[in-house]
Design a protein around this ligand. Structure first.
Ligand SMILES: *Cc1c(COP(=O)(O)O)cnc(C)c1O
Length: 383
């Protein structure tokens, strides 16, 4: 645990000095559904791949290590991870949630969770009073920081204090920064969730999700839930994420550098009315980010002057892809209003600051000069 982050992305203590798997540096893909028992009442530790799989286990140990967690669970998608986690709650439980969330999480809370009779209070957790919203039946606080897409930053350590005082579970979706830039468990959070599809996988080629925690009571419940509901990550997908993690640090640093280049360029464009990037000194969350994270990430949200210009930009981009998702090697641009946040009710969207003029960029690892050259061409088409 005392090694540098890049080293920990590549080397796992327990495999060092051993020559199992013929010394292969790439962990094997155990593509098996079931495992033979050596005898009655005896087991290799593996029974059936819904419960355990060596490739998935290896990935889970690495992700647990990166997030300073005791245990990580690898699920088929980020949404599968969040859905499984919400099985910890029961009808009548109340959850306080950040209001500016990934659209899929809002869709889950407003539909499936509502059917399960969970109650929600949605707040701007960066500015509003969380403690005042706590009720006798409150069980958890759910955060994203920075938020998707508006990049609001909330103070994890401060909220963790409130959460502990009231015996709540503090859950942080750490997808936007990855464990390379932020470790919510070290700041007092109880549970971290990830869409592994994004920075951890990093190549826009596979889906995955993670839950990481230090709490034994939660670990025990999640083990039972994963065995029972069966959304564990498949062996080959586990291997792809393992491979992605090997270059996590390189990709995060490079993508962040590109993001800073694009932010500086965007700020000079007359058609750009606002840039939301916590690395900017004028961003309201800038100081908190400096305190709780090791970087500002590579996600940029910005508003242009008109809806027509926003749509024109999406029409004109070529190398930069007009696509959902984020955190991969390729730069993507999305339109939250009709893509990632289409299922969020319009009044909530507008209240959160997502307007028809809002665009979100996930910077990849291309040469920043080429990204700027492309945007220069695209912006020249705006009259
Ligand atoms: C993409 C995303 C999710 C959902 O993850 P999937 O892997 O697409 O299911 C959850 N939270 C955030 C912040 C995301 O960006």
């Amino acid at each position: 645990m005392d090694r540098g982050l890049n080293t920990r992305c590549l080397h796992l203590q327990e495999t060092e000095g051993k020559t199992e798997n013929y010394g292969a540096l790439s962990f094997p893909i155990y593509q098996t559904a079931t495992y033979a028992h050596p005898g009655v009442g005896r087991s290799t530790g593996y029974d059936y791949s819904r419960l355990q799989n060596p490739t998935r286990d290896h990935l889970e140990r690495i992700v647990a290590g990166l997030e300073y967690g005791k245990e990580a669970f690898a699920l088929s998608t980020g949404m599968a991870a969040i859905t499984l986690l919400f099985e910890l709650f029961a009808p009548g439980d109340h959850i306080i949630s950040e209001s500016d969330l990934y659209g899929g999480s809002i869709r889950l809370f407003n539909n499936v969770s509502l059917k399960n009779q969970y109650e929600f209070t949605f707040l701007d957790c960066a500015t509003q009073d969380i403690e005042a919203a706590i009720r006798p039946n409150t069980k958890a606080i759910y955060l994203e920081t920075p938020t998707n897409p508006m990049m609001n930053v909330s103070d994890i350590a401060k909220i963790a204090e409130i959460s502990k005082k009231h015996g709540l579970i503090l859950i942080v979706d750490n997808t936007f920064l990855s464990p390379y830039f932020q470790n919510p468990l070290l700041l007092g959070a109880d549970v971290v969730v990830h869409s592994g599809t994004k920075f951890l996988g990093g190549h826009n080629d596979t889906l995955a999700g993670f839950i990481v925690t230090n709490r034994d009571d939660i670990i025990e419940k999640l083990r039972f839930l994963i065995k029972t509901t069966g959304a564990g990550l498949a062996p080959f997908d586990s291997w792809l994420i393992l491979r992605g993690i090997k270059t996590l640090g390189l990709r995060m640093e490079r993508a962040q550098k590109n993001a800073i280049g694009l932010v500086n360029w965007l700020k000079k464009q007359p058609a750009v009315k606002a840039v939301f990037y916590p690395g900017l000194p004028e961003h309201p969350g800038h100081e908190i980010m400096k305190k709780q994270a090791r970087g500002f990430g590579s996600m940029i949200t910005f508003n242009v002057d008109t809806k027509d210009h926003a749509l024109k930009i999406l029409e004109e981009v070529k190398m930069i892809k007009y696509a959902e998702s984020l955190g991969g090697t390729e730069t993507l641009i999305t339109y939250p209003t009709t893509q990632t946040h289409a299922d969020v009710p319009e009044e909530i969207r507008l209240q959160n600051g997502i307007t028809p003029c809002t665009l979100r960029l996930s910077t990849g690892i291309e040469d920043v000069e080429d990204l700027i050259a492309e945007l220069e061409k695209v912006f020249a088409t705006l009259e």
